[in-house]
Unconditional design. Structure first.
Length: 247
């Protein structure tokens, strides 16, 4: 399903999602998530932003960290994030209706992020297949990632060892559980167990993260809006959970 995120239309949607204006009064989602990350872990040397898309959360995290690596499987998203980091501005195309569209420009200076660009890097990669070199982080943020992974359970189970002692993991997900991204047999929740009781994705996260990590705050819903066309938008709630490494 990687090709889904490689089109001009998807790139424009995610550039607007990350760097465009508010829609319907809903705060910018990557910025809001980064702020919650920094509340949970105000400062540190190294952070890892998995599923960073076009990079806004990576840049926002650099307000509190010496270096932040943003990683995404989409070549187009990482290319756009790196060009914006390097040049400070990037133009992108939005669909208005049918074949009609218009151009917008993202500016790091206008967003107060020009100084953070030197403390971030971007890399195309598969969060579900990380090598041993991706260790030693004070914070890992996995934003709206686990419901787009073919096998999220082992991914979650391996994150503790990638964190430094006292490190923090922040996960967001709307728990959409689409079989075209995650086969039914790899779901970690969203089904009824053998006893007929519902097993939620949060239950599944606990099963894969505890006891080596603890839920450090009450889960909260964070809204986001993705503009598809001038008159069509997605309005979604992602649940945000904060986990602390136990040592």
């Amino acid at each position: 399903m990687t090709d889904f995120y490689e089109t001009d239309e998807q790139l424009g949607q995610y550039m607007d999602f990350h760097y465009g204006p508010k829609h319907f009064g809903v705060p910018n989602f990557p910025k809001a998530c980064a702020e919650r990350c920094l509340q949970a872990k105000p400062r540190g040397e190294r952070a890892l932003d998995l599923g960073c898309a076009t990079g806004r959360s990576t840049l926002e995290l650099a307000r509190g960290f010496g270096h932040v690596l943003g990683m995404d499987l989409s070549h187009r998203f990482i290319e756009a994030a790196e060009r914006l980091r390097r040049d400070g501005e990037l133009s992108y195309q939005l669909v208005d209706e049918g074949e009609i569209g218009h151009q917008e420009t993202a500016s790091l200076a206008e967003l107060g992020l020009a100084g953070e660009a030197a403390r971030v890097s971007f890399e195309e990669g598969d969060a579900g297949n990380l090598g041993p070199e991706y260790n030693g982080y004070d914070l890992i943020f996995a934003g709206n990632l686990i419901d787009r992974m073919p096998n999220p359970g082992p991914f979650l189970g391996g994150l503790r060892e990638r964190l430094n002692p006292g490190g923090v993991l922040v996960v967001t997900s709307p728990y959409t559980l689409l079989p075209e991204f995650t086969p039914r047999e790899s779901w970690i929740g969203g089904y009824y167990g053998a006893d007929g009781e519902p097993v939620t994705v949060l239950d599944g996260m606990r099963a894969h993260l505890e006891p080596g990590m603890r839920l450090a705050a009450e889960p909260e819903d964070v809204p986001f809006v993705i503009r598809e066309t001038r008159r069509k938008h997605q309005h979604t709630l992602a649940q945000l959970t904060v986990w602390e490494r136990m040592d």
